[in-house]
Design a protein around this ligand. Structure first.
Ligand code: AMP
Length: 194
């Protein structure tokens, strides 16, 4: 994989384990020549990830919508910043640049981006791997919710299993590199089957 989009918090979180995970991922990307595409911020997990890559001569491309481009938020030292007019255009721009997606700990923005990537895969619009780095079991409840969706007939098990999960950076990237997209129907308005 040449470039990967990473979705992660604009906040830093209360525990240092999450910032450390962002640093680990940044080091891995730099060492393996994987370019980072991300929200373009210098704050929170985003800033730590981008700075780690930059300190290790990695490529960092930010894609930021005009409305978030405040001086105190946007990173000014990255390899390239692409400014989009709208939030929706930003997502399309990111998807054109990358071979896969990873989510780290974050809030609404992170989950929104993660689930949009999964939805594109579910509809067969994209077949790129989507992974979460499950540091400290941060996403355990989210994963449990996905299981409930399967049990209650709202999500196909094959689509549930599109999401690659690991708490190790190496294992996650390996799983993503070996990812085979399911043969999915673009018709989603049917009863889920296993
Ligand atoms: P959140 O998880 O709610 O903190 O939102 C973080 C995610 O949403 C990141 O992956 C970004 O792509 C995007 N995002 C949210 N706030 C900002 C911001 N101030 N600057 C740039 N991107 C942001």
């Amino acid at each position: 994989m040449k470039r990967i989009a990473v979705f992660c918090g604009s906040s830093i979180g209360f525990s240092a384990v999450y910032a450390n995970a962002a640093k680990q991922l940044g080091h891995y990307f730099a060492q393996h020549n994987i370019g980072l595409v991300y929200g373009g911020g210098k704050i929170g997990m985003m800033g730590i990830l981008a700075d780690t890559l930059l300190e290790n001569n990695g490529e960092v491309i930010g894609v930021i919508p005009n409305l978030l481009r405040h001086e105190e938020v946007a990173h000014t030292k990255i390899t390239k910043m692409i400014v989009t007019k709208k939030m929706s255009k930003r997502k399309v721009t990111i998807s054109r640049l990358v071979d896969g997606y990873i989510a780290l700990a974050g809030g609404f923005g992170t989950l929104d981006e993660l689930f949009e990537a999964l939805t594109l895969g579910q509809l067969g619009i994209e077949n790129k791997p989507v992974g979460i780095l499950n540091t400290n079991g941060f996403f355990n409840h989210t994963l449990k919710q996905l299981d409930v969706m399967v049990t209650e007939g709202y999500l196909k098990e094959t689509n549930r299993n599109m999401l690659q999960v690991s708490n190790s950076v190496e294992e996650l990237i390996e799983k993503m590199a070996n990812y085979q997209a399911p043969l999915v129907s673009k018709v989603v308005n049917t009863v889920a089957s296993k």
